[in-house]
Design a protein around this ligand. Structure first.
Ligand code: PLP
Length: 395
């Protein structure tokens, strides 16, 4: 017989935070008259496609918000990561160190960039790539040349792409220091962490490049969209050029100077992004209200714990999550079944990338912590409007 908080008590605790609507989504887009006004302005202008003022404005606002020198808006987070990896120097057949515990896009982007994902274990507190595990893997590489080579595979190791999971910042400064020491560039997958900081510095701005996603389930959305971040102005210029068909600027000539991508974010999506940016500070504070309410609801309960932001960081609490205690892995699916049956959308972490059929043969280190987290963590509804309702309830 299991000990500790039951799945039904879990439902009651979540209900005490999210209220009693028949269906509570995991993370919903928050669309108001502000979004309608900006998108209508864009539609009325007829500049709905690859040219228009909203793209530049969205890029400038994201750059100002994150502190990145350059922000380049693209079609989605996956394409942002693919281009960022290429700009970091990934070439056909190179190995790229990524966490085993991530959304499939992290690995797919590596492959689309020509690389081979090499999976690294997770940190039990941040859920992101473990700096200790990375250090251990780096110590096995042949570091006599300009860039390390994995002696097991004979491949050059061209980039490290850690990911800030669920909005909780990982130990990015330690990872960047280890990477610098090894001569490997870092590309941060900050798809989930808009509004998350280590100290006062925004996630996605520690590495050579970083990326964000504005998919419909993210903290702000453009419908679909992504952003490449960098503090290197020349790399930023290249990112813009390569994602916009490498067109040579000219009033009427169609000349292109490289094989490139058409990954530009349409102006229509950027208009939605500009509208959402006016609301981002509010979303972030509402999401903290939910996080605090969950934290209280789960304080002192036996058998599971709320995953708080790591010390020294500010999390955007993209998806508030709990971890069942070790030994309760077998109960996870019962928790997911009971919550979803009750109309509360909860979800597990992703299957480990190294377990997916297309990545099973890829190199990896010991993945004990990633596997343990994967079996125990459950994410709960975290839409900003839930925090708004709680704040109204209190006043
Ligand atoms: C960790 C991570 N990386 C990359 C992506 C890819 O972003 P997109 O869906 O915008 O392509 C996502 C989410 O969607 C993500 O969660």
């Amino acid at each position: 017989m299991a000990s500790g908080f039951s799945a039904h008590q879990f439902v009651d605790a979540i209900r005490s935070v999210v209220g009693h609507d028949s269906l509570v989504a995991l993370h919903e887009p928050d669309i108001t008259a502000v979004e309608h006004a900006f998108v209508t302005e864009c539609l009325d202008s007829t500049f709905v496609s690859s040219v228009g003022v909203f793209v530049n404005r969205f890029e400038e606002e994201i750059a100002a918000f994150t502190g990145a020198s350059v922000a380049v808006a693209v079609a989605n987070g996956t394409s942002a990561l693919q281009v960022a990896l290429v700009l970091a120097g990934v070439q056909q057949g190179d190995e790229v160190l990524i966490p085993a515990l991530s959304f499939v896009a992290t690995a797919n982007a590596v492959v689309h960039a020509g690389g081979v994902p090499h999976f690294v274990d997770s940190d039990p507190v941040t859920m992101g790539m473990s700096a200790d595990a990375l250090e251990l893997i780096l110590s096995t590489f042949d570091r006599r040349g300009l860039q390390p080579v994995n002696p097991q595979t004979g491949r050059r190791v061209a980039a490290i792409a850690p990911m800030h999971a669920m909005g909780h910042p990982l130990e990015v400064q330690r990872i960047v220091a280890l990477a610098q020491d090894a001569g490997i560039p870092v590309v941060e997958d900050a798809a989930e962490s808009l509004g998350s900081y280590v100290g006062k510095q925004h996630t996605g701005t520690f590495g050579l490049l970083g990326i964000l996603s504005f998919n419909g389930n993210k903290t702000i959305t453009t419908g679909g969209g992504g952003m490449i971040l960098t503090n290197d102005v020349e790399i930023g210029r290249r990112a813009k050029h390569l994602t916009t068909t490498a067109k040579v600027p000219h009033p009427w000539l169609f000349a292109h100077d490289e094989t490139a991508w058409n990954f530009r974010m349409p102006n229509l999506n950027a208009a939605l992004g500009v509208a959402q940016m006016t609301r981002l500070p509010q979303f972030l504070s509402e999401k903290r209200v939910i996080a605090e309410a969950y934290q209280k609801a789960f304080a002192g309960v036996e058998g599971l714990s709320f995953l708080e932001e790591p010390a020294g960081t500010t999390s955007n609490y993209w998806l508030c999550s709990v971890a069942l205690d070790e030994g309760r892995e077998h109960e996870r699916d019962e928790f997911l079944r009971v919550t979803n049956d009750a109309g509360i959308q909860c979800r597990p972490l992703w299957e480990l990338l190294s377990d997916l059929p297309m990545y099973q043969a890829n190199p990896h280190g010991d993945l004990t912590t990633a596997r343990s987290l994967q079996r125990r963590v459950i994410s709960m509804p975290s839409s900003p409007k839930l925090g708004r309702a709680l704040a109204v309830g209190k006043s």
